[in-house]
Structure formats: structure tokens, C-alpha cells
Design a protein around this ligand. Structure first.
Ligand code: NAD
Ligand SMILES: O=C[C@H](O)CS(=O)(=O)O
Length: 510
């Protein structure tokens, strides 16, 4: 995304943000901040520059936030480093109590936060509310998990020694997050970081900074000390260079595209940072002849059209076995026909909002055109929606094949592409034929097949007769070019801990 740098005077900025708060229907207008949050202070960019944030449903400017760069990022890192000793010294119970307040405030402000998400990201209000609850759940979960960060006393192999494995917070950490889940992708990182005693500097996506800043408002109200959680908005490459190049930052947790993940991994090599990378996917959704077709259709709708197809675990390739292909296609077409498209702020009753921007629409169009040119058929939809802007019709393509772009790349839009297969072996080969390895799904009522296919799929996550698999309690993450590390669950906190081995020797038995 191109950042347009604006220089706007303070009065105009305040007016813009008051107007946006009223457009979004916020109960508490102070949640919509137009400054970044560094070391407990709300700040403009050094040069005074800012960049605009659009409402993707209307294309109108919502407001603008500071266009910061390396200098402000460095100061946020230094603040995080100053705040670290006191924060990590607090007991896990003390940190948990503060985090619990943050969690409670997020839930108390659920409706406003949901409106901010819908306003800057576009998803329906019910999906935004669900995201706020999901985001809050990571904070509660990790506040509790921090109390159970146990080390080990290891049986010694030499008399007179005690061997300990002690878990310690890794230190100053950084996070870079995407626009598709502007709250939850932040708390999935910030919660384990802060709970374990680390401090964190966050760079949110430029399309959705308001959700991140609203979380910072509530973090401040919850009593999270200055410097422990900072939010720097602005130029991605410049901020990214500082976060990856600064030796004080010990860990970077990134969620976003595989291309940017690779770049950040290369940039982090110089300072040998610990990395968590939650990257793109190309999820197969296999429907076997022995599946419950109604269930599989419901599952496809959930996993394909969630957030208008803009979820990293969204189904990208629907592989359907020969024997039920026509029935599945016809039932899916009826279900897709019932999806309601529109602007979530104006209308509570919509299922699908707009795509994030016109570039996303163009990618969807390119995938459809490529598929059609290579022999696929558009069964439903296929065009920009009559609502205009970046709205797109929920689409079904039949007869997709592996040579098509839609088979190879993440479409990140509301296009259900159906591929036909004959045998189980063929389905597995097709499913695994991708550089990605995030989520996968299959539907079958046969127990033996279930175990075989589960073992054969090369993905970090597998939904079996289930399409909504994301939950705080389970380890979320991918393999292959979908990334490194796990978030959520009991494993998520390990990403922010180091193991210190201590050998206490010379112990006398008398
Ligand atoms: N695996 C997961 O958990 C997960 C979750 C959500 C999204 N995603 C993936 O994210 C992608 C969509 O999100 P996106 O378009 O925001 O991805 P993106 O990679 O373009 O951007 C993600 C973040 O990286 C920042 N960024 C971009 N270039 C940078 C640079 N050179 N240096 C530092 N930061 C930079 C962006 O500003 C943004 O904050 C999809 O591929 C999706 O699958 C993955
Ligand atoms: O976009 C991918 C995310 O990880 C969202 S979720 O965890 O599946 O809700």
C-alpha cells in the first residue's frame, strides 16, 4: 500500500477524528486516537507528517495517523528497554491482574471496537464483535498461562550438582501485524509477550491503525506501564528495518504475507532474532464421496467466505470427489446465493463487506480471468458488486485445475474454486501440491480414511468435518512457507521465553 504523507494541522486532525467517531457511531469517541502511543505518551510524527486511513465500504477518508519512521521506532525500543526490568520483576500474578483489566475493558468496549474494525477493515459487525471477543480471549488466556511458566529440575548425572532449566522472558520484543484481523492479531502476540514479562513495540498495518490505537487507549486505562506496550504507526519498510536491525529487540513476531515474512527473516539475521512468522496459506478443503454434503456445504461457506475470503486460514481450493461433485456444486450455489453483501456500519444484516481495497479486487479479477482462460466456468458471481467500490460478488468457479493461478496463490477474496478428483491418493497429492502449509480441511464419515488423510496432509492445522478451527486454546501456525512458530494455546507463551540452564556445582552432602 502506498502511504500518502499529509501535513494537517492539529485542529483539523481533531475535527477529522471527531467526525469519524460520529460516522462510526462510537459511544466513546476517545477510543479513536490520531496519535501514536510511545512510552506512555500520545505523539505525532517527528516531521508532523501523517497518512490517511480509508473506510473500504465507502472509499471515504476516515482520518489520519502519524507517519513515523526509524527515529520514533528507535525511541519506542529504548522506552521498552527501560521499562523491561521493572515489568519482568513483577510477579506473574501482578502482570496477570493488569492484563485481566485490559481484557475486561476490551469486552466493556466491545461494540465500539467492533465499529472501529468494521469502519477501517470492512468486515460485518457480527464478525467484528466476534473478533473483539477472540482478541480479548488471548489476553485472559495468557494472563493465566503466565502463572504456570514452570521450569525443570533435571536429575543430575554427577553427584554434588543441581541442574535447573529456568524459563525467562526473552526481553524487548516487536510485532508487525496485518489488516485482516486488526485486533486479534495484535493481542495474540501482545498477550503472551506482556504476560511472560517482555515489553513490546507494535507496528500495526497501515490500513487498520485505529483498532491498534484503541487497544493502546485501553491498555493505558488498564494500567500497563509506559514503555511496556507502544504502538508506532507509519512507513512499513523504515519501521521494519529498525525493528529487525536494532540489537535491543530480541524477538520479532510477524503476521502477514510470506513475501514480507521472508524479507523480515533476512533482515533479522544480522541481529539473530528469535522469530515467529505467521504467513500466508493456500488451504485445501477436501470433500470425499462419503462426506455429509450438507455439513460440508455449511463448512465451505464458513471457511471460504469468512471476512470476505480475507483470512489466512480461508479455504482456497475446494477439492470435491467425482461421485458428489454435481450435488455439492448445486447445494453450494444455493447457499452462496443467500449471502448478503453490504456495508456493516450502515446495515447490521450483512454477511460480506467490501474487500480491503481496489488492488485486492484486481487480484480476485485476475484469478477469475486466468481460470476462465484456462477452461474453468463461472457458476455464480464473478464481477464487482453493484454496491460499488471494492465490493465483490460471492463467486463460484467450477472445473478449476492445478495450472491456474487460483490453485497456486492465495486469492484472498470471495471466490470458491471447485476442483474435481477421483481417488483419495489424488486428493492428497493435489492438497499437498503447494509451497504453503497453514490450514487444511476435509470432510469424510469414514474413520479409517480420517486417520489416513490426517496423517498425509502436510499442514500445521487440519479441520476434520469442521471448518472454524481458530480458537485461543489450540496451537495456531503453519509449516513450509506458511511460517514458523505457534500462537495461542499452552505453546504460545514459549515463543516469548528463553530457557536458561543453570548448573549449581560443588554441593556438599554434609
Ligand atoms: N498465518 C497467519 O496467522 C496470518 C494471519 C493473518 C494474515 N496472514 C497473511 O497476511 C497476508 C495479508 O496481510 P497483509 O496484506 O497485511 O500482509 P503484508 O505482509 O503486506 O503486511 C503485513 C504487515 O507487514 C507490514 N509490512 C509490509 N512491508 C513491510 C516491510 N518491508 N517491512 C516491515 N513491515 C512491512 C505491513 O505494513 C503490515 O503491517 C495474507 O498473506 C495472509 O494470509 C497470515
Ligand atoms: O487471518 C488469519 C488469522 O489467523 C485469523 S484467525 O485466527 O483464523 O481468526
Amino acid at each position: 500500500m502506498l502511504l500518502t504523507c499529509l501535513y494537517v494541522d492539529e485542529g483539523v486532525l481533531r475535527e477529522m477524528s471527531e467526525r469519524a467517531a460520529s460516522e462510526l457511531g462510537l459511544r466513546d469517541a476517545t477510543l479513536l486516537r490520531s496519535e501514536a502511543f510511545i512510552d506512555g505518551r500520545w505523539l505525532k510524527a517527528d516531521g508532523g507528517g501523517s497518512f490517511g486511513v480509508d473506510n473500504p465500504a465507502t472509499g471515504a477518508l476516515l482520518g489520519s495517523v502519524p507517519n513515523m519512521g526509524a527515529g520514533e521506532t528507535e525511541r519506542a525500543i529504548l522506552a521498552a528497554n527501560r521499562a523491561l526490568p521493572a515489568w519482568r520483576r513483577r510477579t506473574a500474578h501482578e502482570r496477570a491482574a493488569i492484563l485481566q483489566r485490559w481484557h475486561d475493558l476490551i469486552l466493556e468496549n466491545q461494540e465500539d471496537l467492533a465499529r472501529i474494525i468494521t469502519g477501517e477493515q470492512g468486515k460485518s459487525r457480527s464478525e467484528s464483535r466476534a473478533e473483539v471477543r477472540y482478541a480479548a480471549s488471548f489476553i485472559e488466556w495468557f494472563a493465566e498461562e503466565a502463572k504456570r511458566v514452570y521450569g525443570d529440575v533435571i536429575p543430575t548425572d554427577i553427584d554434588g550438582r543441581v541442574i535447573l532449566a529456568i524459563k525467562e522472558p526473552i526481553g524487548v520484543t516487536a510485532a508487525i501485524t496485518p489488516w485482516n484481523f486488526p485486533c486479534a492479531m495484535i493481542t495474540r502476540k501482545a498477550a503472551p509477550a506482556l504476560a511472560s514479562g517482555c515489553t513490546l513495540v507494535l507496528k500495526p498495518a497501515e490500513a487498520t491503525p485505529y483498532s491498534a490505537l484503541a487497544l493502546a487507549v485501553l491498555a493505558e486505562r488498564a494500567g500497563i506501564p509506559p514503555g511496556v506496550f507502544s504502538v508506532v504507526t507509519g512507513a512499513p519498510a523504515e519501521i521494519g528495518k529498525e525493528l529487525t536491525g536494532n540489537h535491543l529487540v530480541r524477538k520479532l513476531s510477524f503476521t502477514g504475507s510470506t513475501a514480507v515474512g521472508k524479507k523480515l527473516m533476512a533482515q533479522s539475521a544480522g541481529t539473530m532474532k528469535k522469530l515467529s512468522l505467521e504467513l500466508g496459506g493456500n488451504a485445501p478443503f477436501i470433500v470425499f464421496d462419503d462426506a455429509d454434503v450438507e455439513d460440508a456445504v455449511r463448512g465451505t461457506i464458513n471457511s471460504k467466505f469468512r471476512n470476505c475470503g480475507q483470512t489466512c486460514v480461508c479455504t482456497n481450493r475446494i477439492l470435491v470427489q467425482d461421485g458428489i461433485y454435481e450435488r455439492f456444486l448445486s447445494e453450494l450455489s444455493i447457499a452462496v446465493g443467500q449471502l448478503r453483501v453490504g456495508a456493516g456500519i450502515e446495515n447490521e444484516q450483512v454477511d460480506l463487506g467490501p474487500l480491503i481495497n481496489i488492488a485486492a479486487v484486481e487480484k480476485v479479477e485476475a484469478h477469475i480471468a486466468d481460470a476462465v482462460a484456462k477452461g474453468a466456468k463461472v457458476v455464480r458471481g464473478g464481477h464487482r458488486h453493484s454496491a460499488g467500490g471494492s465490493f465483490f460478488e460471492p463467486t463460484i468457479i467450477s472445473g478449476a485445475t492445478s495450472e491456474m493461478l487460483i490453485a497456486q496463490e492465495e486469492t484472498f477474496g470471495p471466490v470458491a474454486a471447485l476442483f474435481r478428483f477421483k481417488t483419495e491418493a489424488e486428493a492428497i497429492e493435489m492438497a499437498n501440491d503447494t509451497r504453503y502449509g497453514l490450514a487444511s480441511y476435509f470432510y469424510s464419515q469414514n474413520l479409517n480414511r480420517t486417520w489416513r488423510v490426517l496423517a498425509a496432509l502436510e499442514f500445521g492445522m487440519v479441520g476434520v468435518n469442521e471448518s472454524l478451527i481458530s480458537t485461543t486454546v489450540a496451537p495456531f501456525g503453519g509449516i513450509k512457507e506458511s511460517g514458523i512458530g505457534r500462537e495461542g494455546s499452552k505453546y504460545g507463551i514459549d515463543e516469548f521465553l528463553e530457557i536458561k540452564y543453570a548448573c549449581i556445582g560443588g554441593l556438599k552432602s554434609e
